[in-house]
Write a protein that binds this ligand. Structure first.
Ligand code: ZN
Length: 686
């Protein structure tokens, strides 16, 4: 492991900035800490609120992530106060957190880490704690103590597994006080603690010890296939992705029985090797490497194996049966240990392993579906290292339960912001590259949805997806080229959605074209083109979406962007109006056929939306102007004054109506149409 420390970077930093700097170095290396794991601290003299000097420890706040941590993420606790309780025999977690609240330098700072006392009672100024993979490899096997002492000799002490809290902190303090020349403490099945005079000191020692562990493991692993031979080779990439796309909606429907989740697919080399190896199944069912991982991965992954994974019906039947069995087993496991009567957490797996195919992970959004996946790569790596030394071991059942249902972790869940209206949902928008489609994609994303933005123009789709991710965060949108008249491409778009998010909940069928001509002069090709895009395109999208939604079993919502021309067709606009009428009739039949699987379908009738529009080409403007007997530049004004409210209809107005139909706000409405046209009397519903 190489040091990332750069003297040039730290030249002008004060000690607190150095703490931030070093913390980010730990965070930058996922073999040391992943997603919120680990913590660091620094003791220094500060001036308190009354202007007196005070000895203060800055320690990582609960819930922050080392790789992006900032100064304000380090609450200060008064050392005089936290030293005073070292005398005590014991202290419950609740008492400890209540006590720590009184010791804060800034009353409104984030809650200090649950490992605060562990840092405070080590006398040195700088303390660092990680869950380094290499350390877990040493500790998580049946000969853990022996390997730790062989690797480090007497320079590192061991503390048996104990849940973080008062008792563990006190044990560490006693060990450190007893042996003056100690360089670090290994917490069995948990991680490593080092300390020093400043942030660089503790970082250097941390890296030195982790490197030593890595070298020790590498020696034991050399030339060995620790997972056994290949039992099941991975399917070729295209084939396994086709299987993954087909099974994803079934898995998503299954794990969403209590709480809707999005999924993430991962078929990286290390995952495929592990799940295809002789010992993969056995090892996967032992447990997590450290309690910190368990919060995200749950204690065990689901193992989903059938003789032939390309037999999708058989795989789907097995998936449903295995998910039900997993939830039952989890519920019984909790019942056996839950003496305090905590409410049952979601009983479905976060990690699902499909030999030959890959791994799915689940979470409430794309980010939180990624975390268990990222962590599981480290679980695999730790299992490999530990297996090279002896038999891999995890926490005891009781400790695993205790870690997952630890009140302090449960408390963190209550701090999450309230969920947005379309959180946990996935929308696919056609023609999302500009105009109405873009406005809808952005509106649904702002309401919490993940969005697959499709457009004939690949660049436009990618730009909209990037714009959404820029506002809503990475992973929240996918941009995709799609010609809705291309049958295989439509099917492929839904497969992409299934691989990106596990499925689709909302379909906005919007892509359309418009060309004007009087019937007597209309080329048959123009008529056919309009039917192809404005009618058949909606059919192809609907068919694939319904197939996916049936497999997924979570209902769904279609929003068809039709037109004011459906109830009130316009002169010289036969090809467009007739095709849009076909779309409208299709929408009603999607409502009829989709109802039995909880799928709703509704349509919007916008009129004269010029803003960002790809529909109103210069030719169409000229054609519509001619039909109304005006000049092309008068067209927008003509439409504005034609409606009752004398208003310009904007893409954002249509997007608001689309949100209404896409969301549960319209849960009891299907087969309906809503006009967004400023009021056009001829288009009133009759
Ligand atoms: Zn820890």
């Amino acid at each position: 492991m190489h040091s990332r420390w750069s003297e040039a970077d730290v030249a002008s930093l004060d000690p607190l900035d150095l703490l931030v700097y070093s913390s980010r170095l730990y965070g930058a290396d996922s073999t040391l800490v992943v997603w919120g794991g680990g913590n660091t601290s620094l003791k220094q003299t500060e001036t308190d609120y009354r202007g007196r000097p005070a000895e203060v420890m800055r320690v990582k706040g609960s819930g922050s992530d080392m790789k992006s941590i900032r100064r304000q993420d380090f609450p200060g606790v008064r050392m005089e106060d936290v030293r005073a309780i070292l005398e005590r025999e014991q202290m419950s977690d609740e008492e400890m957190t209540a006590f720590l609240r009184h010791t804060l330098m800034e009353p409104d700072s984030p809650r200090p880490s649950i490992e605060t006392l562990l840092h405070a009672w080590i006398p040195d100024a700088s303390v660092a704690h990680s869950h380094a993979d290499a350390i877990l490899m040493l500790t998580n096997n049946c000969d853990g103590e022996m390997h730790v002492s062989r690797c480090f000799g007497r320079s590192v002490a061991m503390v048996p597994y104990l849940r973080p809290g008062f008792a563990l902190s006190k044990q560490v303090a006693e060990v450190v006080a007893r042996q003056k020349d100690l360089r670090g403490v290994v917490l069995m099945k948990h991680g490593l603690i080092t300390w020093g005079a400043d942030s660089k000191d503790s970082y250097d020692i941390h890296l030195e010890l982790v490197t030593k562990a890595e070298e020790y493991i590498a020696g034991a692993k050399r030339g060995r296939r620790v997972f056994g031979g290949v039992r099941r080779a991975a399917l070729p990439p295209e084939e396994r992705r086709a299987v993954a796309a087909a099974i994803a909606p079934v898995l998503r429907g299954g794990v969403s029985a209590k709480q809707r989740s999005v999924l993430r697919f991962d078929d990286s080399e290390d995952v495929l090797e592990f799940i295809g190896a002789e010992r993969g199944q056995e090892l996967s069912q032992i447990g997590p490497a450290t309690p910190d991982h368990l919060m995200n991965t749950k204690r065990l992954p689901l193992w989903l194996e059938v003789p032939d994974p390309t037999d999708i019906p058989a795989l789907a039947a097995a998936a449903n049966a295995k998910l039900a069995a997993y939830a039952d087993a989890y519920t019984s496991f909790v019942a056996a240990h839950n003496h305090a009567g905590h409410p049952l957490l979601d009983p479905f797996p976060r990690v699902m392993l499909l030999p030959g195919v890959g791994m799915f992970t689940a979470g409430m959004d794309a980010r939180r579906a990624r975390i268990p996946g990222d962590i599981y790569h480290h679980t695999i790596s730790v299992m490999a290292g530990a297996s090279a030394l002896a038999t891999y071991e995890s926490l005891s059942d009781e400790d695993a339960f205790g870690a997952e249902y630890w009140p302090l972790e449960l408390y963190k869940l209550t701090l999450l912001p309230p969920e947005q209206e379309l959180a946990r949902r996935v929308a696919l928008v056609t023609g999302g590259g500009r105009g109405i489609g873009r406005a809808i994609a952005e509106r649904l994303a702002a309401a919490g949805a993940h969005v697959v933005v499709t457009d004939l123009n690949a660049t436009a789709a990618a730009e909209v997806a990037a714009a959404i991710e820029g506002v809503q965060g990475a992973g929240r949108a996918v941009g995709l080229a799609l010609d809705v008249t291309d049958e295989p491409a439509v099917a492929a778009a839904f497969r992409t959605a299934a691989l990106a998010y596990g499925g689709v909940d909302i379909v906005v069928s919007n892509a359309g074209i418009a060309e004007a001509a009087p019937i007597e002069q209309m080329e048959a090709a123009l008529w056919r083109r309009s039917l192809e895009v404005n009618a058949t395109g909606h059919f192809l999208v609907s068919r694939e979406a319904l197939r996916l939604m049936r497999a997924q079993g979570l209902g769904g919502s279609f929003v068809f962007i039709a037109s004011k021309n459906v109830p009130a067709p316009g002169k010289d606009f036969a090809a467009y109006s007739a095709a849009k009428a076909a779309e409208a009739q299709l929408a009603r039949i999607v409502a009829i056929e989709g109802a039995e699987i909880g799928v709703r379908a509704n349509m919007l009738h916008p009129d004269a939306v010029f803003e960002g529009s790809g529909l109103f080409s210069p030719e169409l403007r000229a054609g519509r102007a001619a039909a109304h007997g005006i000049a092309p530049e008068q067209l927008e004004e003509f439409y504005r004054t034609r409606n009752l409210l004398k208003t310009r209809v904007l893409a954002g107005d249509v997007a608001e109506a689309a949100l209404f139909f896409a969301s549960d706000r319209s849960a009891k409405t299907t087969g309906a149409a809503l006009a967004v046209d400023g009021g056009v009397r001829e288009a009133f519903a009759r």
